[in-house]
Design a protein around this ligand. Structure first.
Ligand SMILES: N[C@@H](CCC(=O)N[C@@H](CS)C(=O)NCC(=O)O)C(=O)O
Length: 209
């Protein structure tokens, strides 16, 4: 049995899209970050780090989008979440690692500057640096998608599920992301996938308002 722990609009949307694309039977377990539910003693039993997403596979837990999406791709190979070609597979995982290690922390500096600096001036500086680096990341993503429909190997993969998250965050935080033509065309392509649309609507994403 699979149970996905996620918070609407958070990075967990990547795993939420991934599990829907697999067509797997699973239970949804929302953990509302806005209400602090990720910090409860109950959720600490699922992920002691207090983060979403987490995936329960029977009585075992997987955390981190990259690991969850890799697991889903291996368990449901027909989903295409993980490319069949070994180099494409490695690049898919590498792209997800970059999203997790670089792009997500850029945005975190904008939303959670208090985790990186003390005092008003320090936090303002962190936020400003976060906006600059997040925008540079978005431009890099736009370049990665030049002349391509999908991030990896000409087909939809887990990297696409993850890559859409930052378009939503950029929209929410009023970055001029619609000016990035390749990334915007990719977003439109993703919205044409019924399972992506289902997840975005259920999470009340800014991308479908
Ligand atoms: N690298 C992790 C990041 C997980 C993460 O930071 N999740 C955020 C939501 S986007 C969270 O749970 N934040 C709650 C908190 O920090 O209190 C992943 O990709 O799964």
């Amino acid at each position: 049995m699979l149970t996905l722990y996620f918070s609407p609009g958070a990075c967990s949307t990547a795993s939420h899209i991934g599990i829907e694309e697999c067509g797997a039977a699973y239970t949804e377990h929302p953990v509302y970050i806005a209400k602090g539910e990720q910090k409860t003693a109950e959720y600490a039993k699922i992920n002691p780090r207090g983060k979403v997403p987490a995936l329960a596979v029977d009585d075992r837990i997987i955390t981190e989008n990259t690991a969850i999406l890799t697991y889903l791709g291996r368990r449901f190979p027909e989903s295409g979440l993980l490319p069949a070609d070994p180099v494409d597979e490695a690049n898919c995982i590498g792209t997800m690692a970059w999203f997790s290690n670089i792009v997500h922390p850029s945005y975190q500096r904008i939303m959670r500057p208090e985790r990186f600096a003390e005092g008003e001036a320090g936090m303002a500086n962190v936020k400003e640096m976060g906006r600059k680096s997040f925008w540079a990341n978005l431009e890099e993503i736009d370049g990665m998608l030049a002349g391509r429909e999908w991030f990896i190997g000409g087909k939809f993969s887990a990297a696409d599920a993850y890559g859409l998250v930052f378009y939503g965050w950029a929209t929410r935080s009023e970055f001029p992301v619609s000016k990035l033509a390749n990334y915007t065309a990719f977003k439109e392509r993703m919205l044409k996938r019924p399972k992506v649309m289902k997840v975005l609507q259920s999470e009340q994403s800014v991308l479908v308002k």
